[in-house]
Design a protein around this ligand. Structure first.
Ligand SMILES: Nc1ncnc2c1ncn2[C@@H]1O[C@H](COP(=O)(O)OP(=O)(O)OP(=O)(O)O)[C@@H](O)[C@H]1O
Ligand SMILES: [Mg+2]
Length: 235
């Protein structure tokens, strides 16, 4: 048999996944039958135009919402038939979320003090320095939070969307290191440059997957950062 399968054990298997949102009498078909498998250790870029269903799919994979139809197996367990308590437990143990802006703790200072040094370790001496880029700091805190339970699956919905290029590269360097350490990552992005750091690209359009291919020449964010002029020189 020569069926195409992702390398490693599938951590995610979605089959004919559908989601319809009801708006009064209107029904918005956000996902129209999406099927793919993601192996443990993959780093998947989820791309596609605005409104194509990327966030809807991420929310379903993150067990934040229930599909209207289809199947979803997380680590071999059918999520759509799981009771809410088991589901919440699974979510807490296995998943980490890095979404744009809305998953920050109201008081980030304490957590930042404890977690950020750990996240920074292994990036670069420079990155440890206090920085004035607020968005970058927030995303680092979001990543630190996502990591509290060492999740096997990290879901990031446009984590670099509002960041400058250097900060965005620093976030990608963190995610690449986590991936190298074994985390499976799904990352939504509109930017081809960001997706180039991933190992596979899934493209959505109109609630369907229209392409799904490996990324052959994967870019190292750490290497790019090292090649940039120093911040002192840039200032
Ligand atoms: N809570 C909701 N209620 C009603 N419709 C929704 C809801 N969330 C999303 N939609 C609709 O579902 C479709 C898919 O939206 P989704 O947010 O998944 O797209 P997206 O690919 O993440 O877009 P973007 O790149 O702008 O973030 C769109 O038509 C959107 O308007
Ligand atoms: Mg979205």
């Amino acid at each position: 048999m020569r069926t195409e399968r992702p390398r490693g054990t599938p951590i995610i298997q979605v089959t004919e996944l559908r989601k319809e949102y009801r708006m009064g009498t209107n029904v918005v078909p956000a996902l129209r039958g999406v099927s793919f498998a993601v192996g443990a250790g993959e780093f998947v870029a989820v791309m596609g135009p605005s409104g194509s269903g990327k966030s809807t799919c991420m929310n379903l994979i993150g067990c934040l919402d229930r599909p209207s139809g289809g199947n979803y197996e997380l680590d071999g367990v059918e999520v759509t038939r799981m009771d809410p308590v088991t589901l919440a437990d699974l979510r807490n143990r296995k998943l980490g979320f890095v979404f744009q802006g809305f998953n920050l703790l109201p008081r980030m200072d304490a957590l930042g003090n404890v977690m950020l040094p750990m996240v920074y370790a292994g990036i670069s001496g420079r990155a440890r320095r206090e920085r004035a880029v607020v968005g970058g700091q927030q995303q680092r805190v979001a990543i630190a939070r996502a990591l509290v339970n060492s999740p096997s699956l990290i879901l990031a919905d446009e984590p670099t969307g509002a960041l400058d290029s250097r900060t965005s590269l620093e976030i990608m360097a963190i995610l690449q290191r986590l991936n190298a350490d074994g985390a499976t990552i799904l990352l939504v992005t509109h930017e081809a440059e960001v997706a180039a750091h991933c190992s596979r690209r899934i493209v959505f359009r109109d609630g369907r997957v229209v392409s799904d291919e490996p990324i052959v020449e994967r870019v190292s964010a750490t290497a790019t950062l090292a090649s940039l002029p120093s911040e002192e020189a840039a200032a």
